[in-house]
Design a protein around this ligand. Sequence first.
Ligand SMILES: *[C@@H]1O[C@H](CO)[C@@H](O)[C@H](O)[C@H]1NC(C)=O
Ligand SMILES: *[C@@H]1O[C@H](CO)[C@@H](O)[C@H](O)[C@H]1NC(C)=O
Ligand SMILES: *[C@@H]1O[C@H](CO)[C@@H](O)[C@H](O)[C@H]1NC(C)=O
Ligand SMILES: *[C@@H]1O[C@H](CO)[C@@H](O)[C@H](O)[C@H]1NC(C)=O
Length: 165
Amino acid sequence: MALHVFFLIVTTAIVATTISATDHIVGANKGWNPGINYTIWSNNQTFYIGDFISFRYQKTQHNVLQVDKVGYNNCTIEGALRNWSSGKDFILLDKSKRYYFICGIGGCSNGMKVSVLVHPLSPPPRSDAVSAVHSSEKSDAPVTFHGNFGSILVFVGLSYVCFRI
Ligand SMILES: *[C@@H]1O[C@H](CO)[C@@H](O)[C@H](O)[C@H]1NC(C)=O
Ligand SMILES: *[C@@H]1O[C@H](CO)[C@@H](O)[C@H](O)[C@H]1NC(C)=O
Ligand SMILES: *[C@@H]1O[C@H](CO)[C@@H](O)[C@H](O)[C@H]1NC(C)=O
Ligand SMILES: *[C@@H]1O[C@H](CO)[C@@H](O)[C@H](O)[C@H]1NC(C)=O
């Protein structure tokens, strides 16, 4: 019995501390579209290594190119580093640096450009209570993956079943 409890606690702690990524939805509910100032959007977010940035748009009308500073400032696509066009692109921010993204099909000159600075240190795991406070403070607060809680339940359930038998 003591082993069950120990295993439950350890498993729950490991899962809770290792999974803590935020998905920053570009433009929040406005998505990736012309006529939006994404500098204001990105200034309202804090990005950490391991977070995702995601772009949602009509894939027949727009796309996403990762460019360098010159491409961002001048809306030029030569030397684009990577590109996406699914209409719902999740991009892992795996380095601490400034990333630049633009639309490569004409939208850039209408404001479809965003630059984000990714910070090295991940914040301590956010509890549901802390997330709720952030959500009420910021109308466009980033979405924290709710997979966290589901994973914890699965792990707890599995470990309980394993050790009962
Ligand atoms: C977007 O907002 C930023 C910050 O307020 C401002 O400096 C910038 O000029 C704006 N860009 C456009 C294209 O309006
Ligand atoms: C824009 O492109 C020109 C060359 O076409 C270059 O000289 C200039 O430095 C670029 N601007 C920025 C801000 O990088
Ligand atoms: C997108 O990337 C692929 C290779 O990853 C490349 O072949 C293609 O030319 C790129 N498209 C644009 C628009 O940059
Ligand atoms: C930025 O955040 C502030 C509060 O922190 C909020 O009042 C404002 O509406 C937000 N603006 C955008 C464009 O997300």
